[in-house]
Design a binder for this molecule. Structure first.
Ligand SMILES: O=C(O)CCC(=O)C(=O)O
Length: 287
């Protein structure tokens, strides 16, 4: 990551690196995409656009599980997760020993596929994906890397963001969230097949415009975290104290003691309960 890239990243909250995939790598990735194309589940219309007029359309097209595809179709995605162009940049963006948090996933779109309301921007504040800068070192807890397998031209739709929003001290106005009154601040960057986009997932205001091109969208998103951040967890049981620490250590603990021994992560679906202290000093699980 050179000085120019670093400046762009720090200032805007995203970065596009051009021409990363070779023609052969791009062909292999597109062959794997073709294998998945008919299997991509369609979401319920309205789930992404949530009442927005600007983002309305047909259900979103997203597919997970790309690392588990049969060979050779998993290979292009396995190569992407530790690609040198990604490693050299994430070592600076997230710090060394960054890790894959969740993904890779396909985000596709056909003409008319709905958008996704803008989110991130630290709303609500989530320290594990925050961006900060101290002692000359910048740190972002969550970075998403999006590989483009087809061109995204100006006006096609797809990924959008508000450049610089990771530094904003104010709440995102509702017109920005829905894109119904975006103050001219929402940017949809144009990219070519083989380009790679990095963005500050969680820290930056970002989302999706409806897909407007007759050529379907082909994006592969891989979500990374710094070594100290955990959002997605591959199995719900990893939150359970006996799975995370082992039976022997947990045996005989009270429910409250067990509650502080849970495995880490944000996407726990409610299985991790917070503790609270009553006026009389009793510690109990908050329901
Ligand atoms: O690439 C896109 O369409 C945006 C994806 C997004 O909003 C996210 O991954 O949180």
């Amino acid at each position: 990551m050179d000085e120019q890239e670093r400046y762009f990243w720090d200032l805007t909250g995203y970065l596009i690196v051009r021409n990363v995939l070779t023609p052969d790598e791009l062909a292999d990735a597109n062959e794997a995409f073709e294998y998945c194309r008919e299997k991509i589940p369609k979401g319920k219309a309205g789930r992404g656009s949530k009442g927005s007029k600007a983002l309305v359309g047909t259900g979103r097209l997203e597919m997970h599980g790309l690392l588990q595809l049969p060979k050779p179709y998993c290979e292009p995605f396995r190569k992407m997760i530790a690609h040198p162009a990604v490693v050299m940049r994430l070592n600076i963006m997230c710090g060394k020993r960054f890790r894959l948090d969740h993904g890779p996933l396909i985000i596709s779109g056909v003409k008319g596929t709905e958008g996704l309301t803008l989110h991130g921007s630290g709303e609500p504040h989530n320290p594990c994906v925050a961006y900060y800068h101290q002692n000359g070192v910048s740190h972002c807890g969550g970075v998403t890397v999006t590989w483009q397998l087809a061109d995204v031209n100006e006006g096609d739709g797809g990924f959008v963001c508000v450049p610089g929003s990771h530094k904003s001290q104010y709440r995102m106005p509702s017109g920005i969230r829905t894109c119904d009154d975006d103050l001219g601040m929402v940017v949809q960057p144009a990219m070519k097949a083989g380009d790679v986009l990095f963005f500050m997932d969680g820290a930056q205001t970002h989302g999706t415009h409806p897909w407007r091109s007759a050529i379907p969208r082909r994006s592969i998103l891989i979500k990374y975290a710094s070594q100290s951040a955990v959002r997605g967890v591959p199995r719900r049981d990893l939150f359970q104290p006996d799975v995370w620490w082992g039976d022997e250590l947990i045996n005989g603990m009270t429910e409250e003691q067990r509650a502080v021994m849970c495995g880490p992560g944000v996407h726990h679906g409610g299985v991790v309960k917070p503790l609270t202290v009553d006026e009389d000093g009793t510690v109990r699980i908050e329901e």
